[in-house]
Design a protein around this ligand. Structure first.
Ligand SMILES: Cc1cc2nc3c(=O)[nH]c(=O)nc-3n(C[C@H](O)[C@H](O)[C@H](O)COP(=O)(O)OP(=O)(O)OC[C@H]3O[C@@H](n4cnc5c(N)ncnc54)[C@H](O)[C@@H]3O)c2cc1C
Length: 537
């Protein structure tokens, strides 16, 4: 534990683990400290979105996620019900993994892969790199930074011994209560607390079959007050469920919660289940004022806390990890410029704000949904009609949180100091619809170049210069990159589909798969362009 380390990561939740994996994948030495033993009794996150799946593809673990214990034939449908054993009002179809048709915009669709499986995959991946050290039961106590380094005081909780760690950079992935953020004096801003939900986990292997309901994964319980809560099947094989009550109130505790009463409300009858865990949490809508200071950076829930409506919390944090990961790697390898790390805040904070706003929007929509008529629970033709009407409204309105491709992959780094804007207007930033674009700042779009080979597979290790038909010789760019030690590969792209999508004859893509620059001619000052995109201008 002694000696100097390039990157100290505090927190071994999914975001810290993703950062350790990203740095390890880039050959950067880092140490991750996590105060717990890393075991997860009950999960928070259950959905790995399309963009995170694309990162998993680059890390080589996408197949592991696809083969996680969540059965491939279990539909991911979100179903609106009066109760699990009651009436079905509507359904947003989300096919089972085995039935998913290819998504034109990405090699993957969003997957059901709970944290109980995903975090161990990230841990195993991080540990597979010789440059990564993961220390469980180690707690950060305090830290201070100078111009040259960060000095951290850490306790080994197994031995109660104290250690001093010296690092070039410290990244706080230490969650909502982040000690790192508080030490830096960085405030969170936004609406604040939206509600006090209650999560109850139980085992009931036969519940779905007993209910007689067509399978789904997420059952949203709607009553006369509107959206009341939801039941989620986390592990259909072992029969692990989560019941979430949206507004349990701030006085409810795991000890005084009327578990059986809430369960009766959600199921519509009494059923004996094996309780596993109960916890209360706060639904929040907050973003940090800054994503770090000099050598200390922050990522994940430490800087954005959002409603799980839209499944964006961890997925946003993984995006943070990938952005700061390549930048730290570039600086530590010597080719990243002095302003590269600063660009992390400029790029990721607006994305954090966007995602928090969109997640809050979904929640507000659910909260404000009240189109109930007592006829809905009548066993009659009028009841059928009322249920169809309510179901259509639910599918259209509340269902929006399950149609989020635009949200997942449509974010872009507008106004980034390390991207060169080309004056083209951005497509609408819509939660549902993703409009592919190769504008600087955007995620470089996916196109299949050959069976099994995505355009995305060309991106990652360094910069990639895409050269389309008729492009001029880009030797000046390659030379300028080589002179500065910037890794740059030139890839010739013959696909007419890709050419139509990318719209320029030369497109420079960053190691994180975002477009840095595009043009039809090699710029007169190739060195200035390379300096700009490596944060040296
Ligand atoms: C009900 C619910 C459902 C959700 N569903 C989804 C979903 O489907 N998809 C999604 O993307 N997100 C989802 N989320 C959000 C997601 O769970 C969080 O955004 C994610 O866990 C944040 O990861 P993190 O690593 O930033 O923080 P955390 O998971 O909070 O991890 C922080 C870690 O830091 C450690 N730590 C803290 N302080 C110290 C210290 N001083 N020293 C050492 N270690 C320390 C902690 O022990 C912890 O392990 C959901 C959240 C909830 C509540």
């Amino acid at each position: 534990m002694h000696g100097h380390i390039p990157v100290l990561i505090v927190g071994g939740g999914p975001v810290g683990l993703a950062l350790a994996a990203e740095l390890g994948w880039r050959g950067i030495a880092c140490t991750l400290i996590e105060q717990t033993d890393g075991s997860i009794v009950t999960p928070k996150m259950n959905e790995v979105n399309t963009r995170t799946m694309e990162f998993c593809r680059r890390w080589g673990i996408a197949d592991q996620v696809l083969n996680c214990p969540f059965p491939g034939d279990h539909p991911l449908d979100a179903v609106f019900v009066t109760s699990l054993f009651g009436y079905e009002l509507g359904r947003v179809a989300r096919p089972a993994r085995d039935q998913q048709t290819p998504e034109p915009a990405s090699p993957y669709r969003l997957q059901a892969c709970s944290q109980i499986w995903f975090d161990p995959m990230l841990l195993q991946l991080a540990r597979s790199f010789a440059s990564v050290t993961v220390k469980h039961r180690h707690r950060l106590e305090s830290f201070a930074q100078t111009r040259e380094e960060v000095v951290a005081e850490v306790t080994d909780l197994a031995t109660e011994r104290h250690h001093t760690l010296r690092a070039d950079y410290l990244v706080g992935c230490d969650g909502a209560a982040s000690l790192v953020r508080r030490t830096l004096g960085i405030a969170l801003t936004g609406t604040g607390t939206l509600g006090y939900p209650l999560n109850m986990f139980f085992r009931a292997p036969d519940l779905l079959r007993q209910s007689g309901r067509k399978p789904g994964t997420f059952f949203i319980v709607v009553d006369r007050g509107g959206v009341w809560g939801n039941l989620r099947i986390i592990d259909p094989v072992r029969g692990i469920w989560r019941l979430m009550v949206d507004q349990a109130g701030d006085e409810v505790t795991p000890e005084n919660a009327d578990r059986q009463g809430y369960l009766r409300h959600a199921l519509g009858r009494d059923v004996a289940v094996e309780w596993i865990d109960v916890n209360v949490w706060r639904r929040r809508s907050l973003v940090a004022e800054r994503y770090g200071e000099d050598r200390v950076l922050l990522a994940g829930d430490a800087v954005h806390q959002l409603s799980p409506t839209g499944a964006l919390g961890m997925n946003s944090g993984v995006g943070d990890a990938v952005d700061i990961g390549w930048k730290l790697a570039a600086v530590l390898k010597g080719w990243g410029g002095p302003r590269l790390v600063e660009s992390y805040d400029v790029e990721r904070r607006p994305v954090g704000r966007r995602n928090v706003q969109m997640a809050t929007g979904f929640y507000r929509h659910n909260e404000g949904f009240s189109h109930w008529s007592p006829v809905v629970v009548e066993h009659s033709a009028a009841g059928d009609r009322a249920r169809r009407q309510l179901g259509a409204l639910l599918e259209e309105g509340v269902g929006g949180e399950f149609r989020t491709l635009g949200l997942q992959i449509g974010y872009a780094y507008e106004n980034s100091p390390i991207c060169v804007a080309d004056g083209t207007p951005p497509p609408p930033d819509d939660t549902t619809t993703y409009v592919p674009t190769a504008r600087p700042g955007a995620r470089a779009p996916h196109v299949w170049l050959a069976p099994g080979k995505s355009m995305l597979d060309l991106f990652g290790r360094g910069f990639t210069l895409l050269r389309f038909a008729g492009a001029p010789d880009p030797a000046a760019l390659s030379k300028a990159a080589a002179q500065r030690g910037v890794p740059l590969e030139v890839a010739d792209i013959a696909s007419p589909e890709a050419a139509a999508l990318y719209q320029r004859r030369l497109v420079l893509v960053r190691p994180d798969g975002h477009v840095a620059w595009r043009g039809d001619e090699v710029p007169a000052d190739a060195g200035a362009l390379i300096d700009r995109v490596r944060g040296a201008e």
